[in-house]
Design a protein around this ligand. Structure first.
Ligand code: GAL
Length: 409
């Protein structure tokens, strides 16, 4: 009798899984390389293989950047049976062969589509073909889908429905596919993204390769027009810390580190490039904010500074910490921003950003931040550890620099 109920239970479980499928997990923020900022639509199988090889040979894959992500521009329309196909000129061996290559190098493959008939760059989207496309992606061996929202109705209800539709299709595709919602924060996806089946959701307009917008703007939506710099994105994303967590991350868009003002999508709207100090700040702040880390510079030809910024294991550890907390911004004054990120082992990561135009110093009083029991402070960029005296730490930061410390007992 007991046995009979046991088997019935198992059958029921399979039935439930069969109907609702398998949701993907993202226990820590996804990391990898995304094609958009550097290559835009000019992508090809041969270049991307070089990128995969560079991710391996430079150590980036082993540092945790294990996704290769093909953004917009890979599509070649649909075949006679309405199956989505890659552009045969760009991917002459087909997407399955490319996915096999990526997997053979110990990496995972991400791809892009859109919740309307056409994508942002005017290629074939998935609207009306969600199940079919999700199955195609699964057959190719895709591990992550970024689902954009150009040319789609602006209201929340339709957006949520369209995202849910693709999420369910992915869950029933037979493959675990991470689902990234990309409607740029316009409909506050941090409120509904996880329920709609996403593991991450973009919170802002596209990042440009600049520190901050020089044109004034009234609200986050206007960043589409003026172009979002690193600081503009921080100012939006930092407010959303309570919505982030394991399997549901605030996506602050790609890393512009190492692009140095290259012409292309991130070079538009004032994207003239940043200083290495500003790039280092982006790395620190994205790690504190538990944001996905998507490299976009040409990893085949990085300079040493870029490589060092991207490869700082101690900083990456802050991003990938298993507690899965996004830092809270506890100070936001004219010149300083201070971020606190609790870590799994009881340590605290603290980021101090100098937003002023000159070098500045001050005494960080830990009591005032509610921190009383930390004895050592490790600077994760200079790699120096010092004892905390009188519960205070002297901070000196260059303009736009983020000092990143790990405080331990
Ligand atoms: C935008 C998106 C970018 C990129 C681009 C491709 O909507 O935010 O990250 O994917 O579309 O056309």
């Amino acid at each position: 009798m007991v046995k009979k109920y046991f088997f019935l239970g198992i059958l029921l479980l399979f039935a439930v899984i069969g109907v609702h499928g398998q949701k993907a997990t993202a226990e820590t923020p996804p990391m990898g390389f995304m094609t958009w900022n550097y290559f835009a639509e000019n992508i090809s199988e041969s270049q991307l293989k070089e990128v995969v090889d560079a991710m391996v040979s430079t150590g980036l894959r082993d540092a945790g950047y294990n996704f290769i992500f093909i953004d917009d521009g890979w599509q070649g329309g649909r075949d006679a049976k309405n199956n989505l196909i890659p552009d045969p000129k760009k991917f002459p061996s087909g997407m399955k062969a490319f996915a096999d290559y990526v997997h053979s190098k110990g990496m995972k493959l991400g791809i892009y589509s859109n919740a309307a008939e056409l994508t942002c760059a005017g290629y074939t989207g998935s609207y009306g073909f969600e199940e079919k496309d999700a199955k195609t992606f699964a057959q190719w061996g895709i591990d992550y889908l970024k689902y954009d929202y150009c040319h789609a109705p602006s209201d929340w209800k339709v957006a949520i429905e369209r995202y849910e539709k693709m999420a369910i299709a992915l869950q029933n595709s037979g493959r675990e596919i991470t689902f990234g919602i990309c409607e740029w924060g316009d409909r506050e996806p941090w409120l509904w993204g996880k329920k709609a089946g996403g593991q991450l959701w973009r919170t802002t307009a596209d990042v440009r390769d600049k520190w901050k917008s020089i044109e004034p703007y009234k609200n986050a939506k206007e960043l589409h027009r003026v172009g979002a710099g690193i600081l503009d994105i921080v100012n939006r994303n930092a407010e959303l810390s309570s919505y982030a967590g394991i399997n549901g991350w605030n996506d602050a868009d790609m890393l512009v580190i190492g692009l140095y003002g290259k012409k292309g999508p991130s070079g538009d709207l004032g994207g003239v490039g940043c200083t290495d100090t500003e790039y280092r700040s982006q790395m620190s702040l994205w790690c504190l904010m538990a944001a996905p880390l998507m490299i976009t510079c040409d990893v085949r030809n990085m300079n040493e500074t870029t490589h060092k910024i991207l490869m700082n294991h101690d900083v990456i550890k802050i991003n990938q910490d298993k507690l899965g907390k996004q830092a809270t911004r506890i100070v936001n004054s004219n010149d300083w921003q201070i971020f606190l990120k609790p870590l799994q082992n009881g340590d605290i990561a603290i980021g101090i950003l100098n937003t002023a135009d000159n070098k500045r110093s001050f005494n960080l009083k830990l009591d005032e931040l509610g921190i009383t029991n930390k004895k050592t402070s490790e600077n994760l960029w200079t790699k120096t550890t010092s004892a905390v005296k009188n519960n205070q730490i002297k901070i000196t930061a260059d303009s736009h620099e983020t000092i990143l410390l790990r405080l331990s007992k």
